[in-house]
Ligand binder design. Structure first.
Ligand SMILES: NC(=O)c1ccc[n+]([C@@H]2O[C@H](COP(=O)([O-])OP(=O)(O)OC[C@H]3O[C@@H](n4cnc5c(N)ncnc54)[C@H](OP(=O)(O)O)[C@@H]3O)[C@@H](O)[C@H]2O)c1
Length: 282
């Protein structure tokens, strides 16, 4: 690992204009999404310090050269860039309270968690002078996190962290702070609602005596094609519990009776909460 870092230490802007200079990155939140994202940053030669509530999830990356921090504050103390990928608003706020006092001026903090614009505003309100927060939640699941093909919905100026974000996926600039978090709620709720609708269409097809395969194939040739693709995906792991969290964030922002019904569907069976969202269509 030392060799990799030394070989990148003298790197600078490459001929294609992408800055490959290694940065000191603190990555907090090594769940299903955070772990493959952190792996991509380590493999790019960045100097990576990790913190996760369950410390053992960092073991494989530490074995490959990342540094384990005992606390969120220790993780971010020397960072140029902080990346967080945490479950929900409660987790993001709890980790922020621990790490924010240790952020130094000039640090760029990228929050990739799906927490909604209200929480982004609450995080921003905690920032010390000279620290910038970029909301950058992502579309795409664990498969695209591993290959660096996430759709990154960014609120704020991403130019100073382009080298980090480009390693994780493709940035869609959404506007000022909070705009990425807002668009993420729009896109993920449309996707979840689409999967729920496919599930009901399949239930109707079954009640009418139609083969499931015929219904899926013809639905997939129409306007719900993307939702059918997600409802039958095998490489994704977006647990029903996280989907329900995202629907709740949406229904607390606007009157959305269809999504309120979808929330009821998602939370009806506790045994399904840890399953991928595609379970609702099975
Ligand atoms: N999975 C997907 O397909 C997908 C796709 C796009 C966006 N997202 C979003 O990305 C975020 C992370 O998703 P994920 O699938 O990686 O979830 P996950 O596997 O459940 O990981 C959640 C992370 O948050 C940490 N965490 C939870 N509660 C915490 C607390 N109170 N204090 C400190 N840390 C806490 C967990 O720590 P432990 O390891 O200790 O539990 C873990 O590191 C979510 O906002 C999700 O909606 C997920």
């Amino acid at each position: 690992m030392l060799d990799i870092r030394l070989s990148h230490a003298s790197a600078g802007p490459s001929v294609d204009g992408m800055d490959t200079t290694p940065q000191k990155i603190a990555f907090l939140g090594l769940g299903s999404m955070g772990l493959p994202m952190a792996r991509r940053l380590l493999d790019a030669g960045h100097l990576l310090t990790l913190w996760n509530r369950t410390a053992s999830k960092a073991d494989a990356l530490v074995a490959d050269g990342a540094v384990r921090a005992a606390t969120p504050a220790e993780a971010v103390r020397d960072a140029d860039v902080v990346v967080t990928m945490l479950a929900d608003p409660a987790a993001a706020l709890a980790v922020a309270d621990e790490m924010v006092p240790a952020l130094r001026p000039g640090t760029q903090w990228i929050d990739t968690s799906t927490v909604g614009p209200d929480t982004v505003a609450a995080l921003a309100a905690r920032l010390p002078a000279g620290v910038t927060l970029i909301d950058a939640p992502v579309m795409g699941s664990v498969d695209r996190a591993a290959t660096g093909e996430l759709m990154i919905l960014a609120g704020g100026d991403t130019a100073p962290v382009a080298a980090v974000l480009d390693r994780l996926g493709t940035v869609t600039p959404c506007g000022g702070p909070g705009a990425g978090a807002a668009l993420k709620l729009v896109l993920i709720n449309a996707a979840i609602g689409g999967v729920a609708l496919v599930a009901e269409a399949l239930t109707l097809a079954g009640a009418l005596g139609l083969p499931r395969e015929l219904a899926l194939r013809t639905l997939g040739a129409g306007p719900l094609a993307g939702a059918v693709g997600r409802a039958t995906a095998t490489g994704s792991y977006f647990p029903v519990a996280l989907a329900a969290k995202d629907v709740a964030l949406a229904t607390s922002s606007a009157k959305l009776p269809v999504l309120e019904a979808v929330h009821g569907l998602l939370t009806a069976d506790p045994a399904l909460l840890a399953e991928d969202l595609a379970v609702v269509a099975r």
